[in-house]
Design a protein around this ligand. Structure first.
Ligand code: 4NP
Length: 166
C-alpha cells in the first residue's frame, strides 16, 4: 500500500513513568510498523524522573510477552525539549501527559527558536474506537488494567498506521 507524505520518520511514545504504558506502546508500534513494511524510528520516555534507567515494570513485561511483544530490554528515560527536535511525532498516553508535554514544547520553542518541532498528539487521536480517550494508568491496579492497556494500544497503533497509508 502507498505511504502518505504525512507519515513521520520517527515517533516518541510518552507516559508518566516510562515503565508501563509507553514501553508497551513502543513494543507494539515497532512490531506493527515492521509488519506493515514501514521504516519508523520508535522510542519511549516518561514525563517523570522516578524510574530513569529501569527496565519496564515486571507486570507490563509479562502482559506484553503474552501478546507477543518483548519489551524486556527497554530502559526508562525522561522526555525533554530536545525530543521535539529529534522526533517528528510525539504521542501522549493521557491528557495529563499531553498537558505536561505542551509545556515542554513551549520550552523547546524558546530554546530552538525557528527549528521545526515534533507534532504533539494523544495516542488515541485518530482511533475511532477510543477517540481522544486516555490510555488508563495501570500502575496501581490489577492485571486487567495491563490487558486494557494492550487492547487500547493495539487499536490506536493500528489507527495511526492506517492514517499513514494512502
Ligand atoms: P506509566 O505508569 O506512566 O504507564 O509508566 C506509571 C509508572 C509509575 C508511576 C505511575 C505510573 N509512579 O507513580 O511511580
Amino acid at each position: 500500500m502507498p505511504i502518505s507524505d504525512s507519515m513521520p520518520k520517527s515517533v516518541l511514545l510518552v507516559c508518566l513513568g516510562n515503565i508501563c504504558r509507553s514501553p508497551t506502546a513502543e513494543g507494539i508500534m515497532r512490531q506493527r510498523a515492521a509488519i506493515a513494511g514501514l521504516s519508523l524510528k520508535t522510542d519511549s520516555a516518561g514525563t517523570g524522573d522516578w524510574h530513569i534507567g529501569k527496565h519496564p515494570d515486571e507486570r507490563a513485561q509479562k502482559h506484553a510477552k503474552q501478546h507477543g511483544y518483548n519489551i524486556s530490554k527497554l530502559v526508562a528515560r525522561q522526555v525533554g525539549p530536545q525530543d521535539f527536535i529529534d522526533f517528528d511525532l510525539i504521542l501522549a498516553m493521557d491528557a495529563q501527559n499531553l498537558a505536561d508535554l505542551q509545556l515542554i514544547k513551549q520550552r523547546a520553542e524558546q530554546q530552538f527558536d525557528s527549528k521545526p518541532l515534533a507534532r504533539l498528539a494523544l495516542m488515541s487521536e485518530v482511533d475511532n474506537s477510543y477517540y481522544k480517550q486516555d490510555v488508563p494508568d495501570p500502575y496501581y491496579g490489577g492485571p486487567e488494567g495491563f490487558e486494557e492497556v494492550i487492547k487500547r494500544l493495539e487499536s490506536s497503533v493500528d489507527a495511526w498506521i492506517d492514517s499513514w497509508m494512502i
